[in-house]
Design a binder for this molecule. Structure first.
Ligand code: GLT
Ligand code: MN
Ligand code: MN
Length: 388
């Protein structure tokens, strides 16, 4: 058993907005005093994180004067240099300012769409200045409360136009930067366009530079929609599109909770970690979550340490699952293939189809075989509960 100390290879990262959350919610005022970006870098270093990500306005307030912006950047840079923390990802806040009340890239107002492009170009420059190689797009306001307000096809076209423009901008500047699109079904809008990772994957293929664009799936966003997160992640991975990942937790059917990773659906978290480790996912493991509103900054550190520790524990449990004798016997049985079927499966040929037509299948006998999935799942639960 290890001591679950985070290592740089795990690439555990947090957004400034995560540990920096001051606990404001729609019903209540902040419960923690704000900390500067540099202070948050030091907090993250203390808990053992590898890196820190930011929105343009997490670092530099939207109305900061140039001198103020320079001073903040200097301070932030100093904290990064002193701690060795990296900035693997950056993003734009296209949701907080009132100008984005009807969306940014999909707004009906051309001035808003143009401003959103301008803001994003500046934010891309800022991210690249601090070393980011992944740029996330979370279109929290790209949606509607009423479909009377916007034609969804126009919204798709506007979104595409913006992505194409910004890909060209990156190419023009010669930046080594890839985009990762993050889906969410709703909140803060009533409904958000491209609501799941699957929608995003479809959308990406319609862009001018699909090779530059992947996804940033978030646990909570797929769980809000009642979906299986690992399946979405697997689809993205298989398509070569898993550029980034947002780890947290969420009860389905509730408001956006952004809970500590693994704190709600431990089995789903286990299968996710097992998947990421087995495919050797090498991107950031970014925790996009918040400490409970009940916490002070010691509690925020508990929260951040907890996210990373749970990941490391689940990684160890996955290794245990892979070497558990009884589990592996069942897995071997499940995966055993009947070589007599090889001649029918795989790529189509007319001969194969003809031969297959004449094969007899004993449907009843095949269907009668028990598959032992109950036993397999119970053994999984017992690994997780620490009794195996
Ligand atoms: C916001 C949202 C997250 C996104 C962040 C990036 S901001 O907190 O809830 O899911 O990843 O814009
Ligand atoms: Mn997120
Ligand atoms: Mn979220």
């Amino acid at each position: 058993m290890s001591d679950y100390t985070p290592t740089p290879e795990m690439k555990f990262t947090f957004g400034l907005w995560t540990v920096g959350s001051i606990g404001r919610d729609p019903f209540g005022a902040p419960v923690r005093d704000p900390k500067s970006p540099a202070e948050l870098v030091r907090l993250l270093s203390e808990v053992g994180a590898y890196g820190v990500n930011f929105h343009d306005n997490d670092l530099i307030p939207i109305d900061a004067a140039p001198a103020e912006a320079d001073a903040i950047k200097k301070d932030f840079r100093k904290a990064l240099d002193e701690t060795g923390l990296k900035v693997p990802m950056a993003t734009t806040n296209l949701f907080g300012d009132p100008i984005f009340k009807d969306g940014a890239f999909t707004s009906n107002d051309a001035k808003v769409r143009a401003y959103a492009l301008q803001k994003t170009m500046n934010a891309i420059d800022l991210g690249v200045e601090f070393g980011a190689s992944i740029y996330v797009f979370w279109g929290g306001r790209e949606g509607t409360e009423t479909d009377a307000a916007k034609n969804p096809v126009d919204a798709i076209k506007r979104n595409r136009e913006a992505m194409n423009f910004l890909c060209e901008y990156v190419l023009d500047k010669g930046y080594a930067l890839k985009f990762a699109l993050e889906a969410k079904p709703n909140e803060p809008r009533g409904d958000i366009y491209n609501s799941t990772t699957g929608h995003m994957l479809g959308f990406i293929e319609t862009l001018d530079h699909p090779d530059m664009v992947g996804v940033n799936p978030e646990v909570a966003h797929e769980h809000m929609a009642g979906l299986n997160f690992t399946h979405g992640v697997a689809q993205a991975w298989e398509a070569g599109k898993l550029f980034h990942i947002d780890l947290n937790d969420q009860y389905p059917g509730r408001y956006d909770q952004d809970l500590r990773f693994g704190s709600r659906d431990i089995k789903a978290a286990f299968f996710l970690v097992k998947f990421l480790e087995e495919v050797k996912y090498s991107g950031s493991r970014h925790f996009d979550a918040h400490a409970y509103r009940t916490e002070d900054y010691d509690g925020v550190k508990d929260f951040a340490r907890g996210c990373m520790r749970t990941y490391m524990i689940l990684k160890e449990k996955a290794a245990k699952w892979n070497t558990d004798k009884e589990i592996q016997e069942i897995v071997a049985e499940i995966e055993a293939q009947d070589p007599a079927m090889d001649k029918y499966l795989g790529a189509y040929s007319a001969e194969k189809a003809d031969a297959l037509r004449t094969q007899d299948f004993d449907r009843e006998a095949i269907a009668k075989i028990g598959l032992k999935y109950e036993r397999l799942d119970q053994l999984t639960v017992e690994v997780l509960l620490g009794v195996r």
